[in-house]
Design a protein around this ligand. Structure first.
Ligand SMILES: [Fe+2]
Length: 268
């Protein structure tokens, strides 16, 4: 089984013709399915673009959302729309709604969106202000109250997704897989958050990483060393590949606005 992995493709930035050329590149890989680790579009265009992808590619598309997918929207509304889309379309799978996917006899797929949790780096002294707190209604409301109200909201979102991932991992491990592929948008470890060939600085790390998801993954990997965990993420737009112990591998895709690309074709 061949799966084309995409991340941070930001398809709302390019026109329909350019999107079709990209879809054809995906079809040309002769993949059996598509994996997307978030930042597909923005809230107002997300459903239409996913429909368009499904119609053109005509293969199962398994995805999680990134922060940009919530831009110009409200988190609950976007999630309700993705849940409905997953129910109504037989080839679109927002993994938090569709749940665990058995890809073959010994490989399973799970995914949760994930949010930066401000726990790595130096949130207190960071001068970074991410567009998220202007473009996502839920974060904007907290940002105007103050920097710590925003942090509280970021951590609430990150922790809720980490709990969901922990539950998915528990369920999937009970099925004795050999391998589990995990899609999540925000890289889970400092070492996976690269920028221009180096680990991101302490000012950016609070917004580029999810420490809590890292803890959930590391605990699951230690608990069951026989199971191979492959985690695919995006968000930083900077390539990284790290190993945490012998059975936990994290890959972060590289990306550029206006130039969506296929990260790799994964064969299982
Ligand atoms: Fe992102």
């Amino acid at each position: 089984m061949k799966m084309a992995w995409l991340t941070d493709i930001h398809l709302n930035f390019i026109d329909k013709n350019a999107r079709k050329i990209f879809y054809q590149e995906i079809v040309d890989t002769q993949c059996d399915s598509v994996l997307i680790s978030g930042d597909i579009a923005e809230a107002p265009s997300l459903s239409d673009i996913l429909n368009e992808m499904e119609n053109y590619i005509n293969k199962p598309i398994y995805f999680v959302l990134g922060n940009h997918d919530y831009y110009k929207g409200q988190i609950d509304e976007v999630r309700d729309a993705m849940t409905a889309l997953t129910k109504e379309h037989n080839k679109l799978f927002w993994l938090p709604a569709s749940g665990i996917q058995k890809l073959n006899n010994d490989t399973f797929l799970i995914g949760q969106d994930g949010w930066a949790d401000g726990r790595l780096g130096d949130y207190q002294n960071s001068r970074v202000v991410l567009n998220d707190s202007r473009m996502i209604a839920d974060l904007f409301k907290k940002k105007i109250l103050g920097k710590y109200q925003l942090l509280e909201k970021m951590q609430q979102l990150a922790d809720a997704d980490a709990m969901r991932l922990q539950n998915d991992l528990k369920q999937v491990i009970n099925q004795n897989p050999r391998k589990v592929i995990v899609l999540t948008h925000v890289p889970p470890f400092r070492e996976a958050c690269m920028h221009q060939g180096e680990i991101s600085g302490d000012d950016w790390l609070p917004y580029f990483s999810s420490k809590v998801i890292g803890e959930v993954l590391a605990t699951a990997a230690k608990l069951d060393p026989e199971i191979e965990l492959l985690v695919l993420c995006g968000h930083t737009h900077s390539e990284a590949k790290i190993y945490c112990g012998s059975n936990l591998e994290i890959e972060v895709g590289k990306a550029e606005y206006y130039l969506p690309e296929i990260q790799k074709v994964i064969t299982i």
